[in-house]
Design a protein around this ligand. Structure first.
Ligand code: ADP
Length: 548
């Protein structure tokens, strides 16, 4: 469409505009990142921006063309941050590979994406070497390190040094302007529910999503914040933080590989972090470190917890022990990834704590531009009355219109009228809050009725001796499926199964009570740190239940 003279300017929404803004208007704000050797590397947005420009020039010199996929296999570090802008800024597509996937999956997604170059952390070189013969499209490997740090005798052909590439360039570079509907990044789902599928983000979707992350009812990232994403940059773009912190001018802390309780606690304190984001496991680990030592977080004000359901006991522990507000959020790789935040409404302000907590036990309400509906088994649209439960469908400018180069997965997920069927089962109340009952695949069907594994887990996690719980279905000749519950005891405590069952009996329907409770030392995890229900289902498929 030709712009009408006198109307607003038609500047494309490009991610390079974010780093350019940071360079010009908050260039001195610090970016702190854990390096390969464990030391903290410190610089500023202005320096990061200049290095991203050098990188852009180096990529062009290497022959990278618009639309081509350039892969990263890296932890949260400053060079990874520069890749976010250097690659996308020239119109190429940054493909963030999750190195914790099975090797077969990594090879599958790199080939499926047709990655041409791979930028890899030193600590992940052995993985790249092990995979090399199976990577059919990558022609250039670059180690995220100075030349001197490169190991002799690597089997990666012609391995380049990132620092050497940057040294050969200067930062005299203007970010090119192009169509905001161009692709900027590609991320595959972690395969919690099957083969990884690619979500291809556009510049437009990323910039609009960033604006929402900076909005108060989104993540509320602001220039007052120091932000530490406790989620990896290959997992849904660290929930957009490399973009939103840059746009807002928040101090940014990139924690490297380790996100264990002790490392996280120290970094949060030493860097005076005010805002962090991660999956519930990360917060459980942090509490397990601080609680027995009587440690208190002194600067952290709020955290966003998402990726899987947030137990109320966790929210309370953060408030009680650290004075931190934990806000639940829901999202998915297919959505850039923010889909909903449990932001309060004006009417909740004077409400008792319990009522506000109940709101936060919802996964959240959608931000403007994201539309949602719930759909019954026959395709009927269900009311937003807080009671009707159906599959959640979403649409909006940061929702995939299909999976990247995957017609079968697209056909299975995109409805005839253009919505993404999420596979999550939930209700939506009249205030727009969605409450996830379960993932369709994780629901337990007993005697034709559904049991919510999330509700069972949350009830169990409220028990003072339980650190973490997972409920999965086990085949049952009479009922079809029955739940078993796996629990991990809190540090220094023991779980008494009879007392736990009594505790659950007061919180869930009788027929929901697990047929068996197993106390285990840990739960299996997916590559993104979520409890792997698929592994548990496999492991306990033949488990003999009492009375079976
Ligand atoms: P994967 O599908 O491989 O786990 P994602 O990280 O994209 O990768 O996962 C998105 C899914 O995670 C959602 O569809 C939903 O099932 C689950 N999820 C995300 N946030 C929450 C939450 N707050 N509560 C419950 N489930 C959540």
């Amino acid at each position: 469409m030709t712009p009408i003279p006198g109307m607003m300017m038609d500047r494309p929404l490009l991610v390079s505009a974010l780093i350019e803004h940071a360079e010009r208007f908050h260039g001195s704000v610090p970016v702190v990142a854990r390096d390969h050797d464990g030391a903290l590397f410190r610089y500023t947005y202005a320096e990061a921006a200049r290095r991203a420009k050098r990188l852009a020039k180096a990529l062009l010199r290497l022959g990278v063309r618009p639309g081509e996929r350039v892969a990263t296999m890296a932890w949260n570090g400053h060079r990874h941050f520069e890749l976010y802008y250097g690659i996308s800024g020239i119109g190429a597509v940054m493909h963030t590979i999750n190195p914790r996937l099975f090797e077969d999956q990594v090879a599958y997604i790199a080939n499926h994406a047709q990655d041409r170059l791979l930028f890899v952390d030193l600590s992940l070189l052995p993985l790249a070497e092990a995979l090399r013969e199976r990577l059919t499209t990558i022609h250039t490997y670059v180690a995220l390190a100075p030349r001197a740090a490169l190991p002799a005798g690597t089997t990666l052909p012609g391995l380049l040094s990132y620092e050497e590439l940057l040294e050969a360039e200067d930062d005299d570079f203007a970010w090119p302007q192009f169509d905001e509907r161009s692709a900027c990044a590609l991320c595959y789902t972690s395969g919690t529910t099957g083969r990884p599928r690619g979500a291809l983000y556009s510049h437009r979707s990323t910039v609009l999503h960033t604006m929402n992350c900076c909005a108060v009812d989104g993540h509320g990232v602001s220039g007052e914040d120091c932000v530490l994403p406790a989620v990896q940059m290959y997992h849904g773009n660290a929930w957009g933080i490399p973009y939103s912190a840059t746009a807002a001018g928040a101090k940014l802390v990139l924690a490297g590989r380790q996100l264990d309780g002790e490392t996280l606690f120290r970094l949060l304190e030493e860097e005076r972090v005010t805002f962090s984001l991660g999956v519930p496991t990360v917060w459980l680990d942090l509490l397990a470190y601080t609680a027995p030592r009587g440690l208190r977080l002194t600067t952290l004000r709020r955290v966003v917890s998402g990726g899987s359901a947030v137990p109320q006991s966790l929210v309370e522990a953060f408030r009680r022990e650290h004075g931190v507000r934990m806000i639940q959020a829901w999202g998915m790789t297919e959505m850039n990834p923010l889909g909903a935040t449990a932001a309060l409404r004006h009417k909740h302000l004077g409400a008792p704590e319990a009522e506000r907590d109940a709101v936060n036990q919802a996964q959240g309400r959608p931000p403007f531009l994201v539309d949602m509906r719930i759909v019954g088994p026959e395709g009927e649209i269900l009311p937003h009355d807080g009671r009707a439960v159906g599959e959640l469908h979403v649409r909006g400018p940061w929702v995939i219109s299909g999976y990247f180069d995957d017609p079968a997965a697209t056909a299975a997920a995109i409805t005839a009228d253009g919505w993404l069927a999420t596979g999550d089962v939930c209700s939506i109340d009249p205030d727009g809050y969605l409450r996830i009952v379960d993932r369709a695949k994780d629901m337990i069907k007993s005697g034709g009725e559904w049991i919510s594994s999330i509700a069972l887990e949350n009830a169990a996690a409220a028990h003072p001796d339980v650190a973490e719980a997972a409920a999965v279905a086990v085949p049952h000749p009479r009922w079809g499926e029955r739940p078993i519950l796996l629990v991990v005891a809190r540090d220094g405590r023991a779980v008494d199964v009879a007392s736990l069952l009594e505790f659950l009996g007061a919180r869930v329907a009788r027929w929901w009570l697990p047929d068996k409770v197993l106390v285990v030392s840990e739960l299996p995890r997916t590559a993104t740190g979520k409890v792997s229900k698929a592994t548990l289902r496999d492991r306990y498929r033949d488990h003999r239940l009492p009375g079976r």
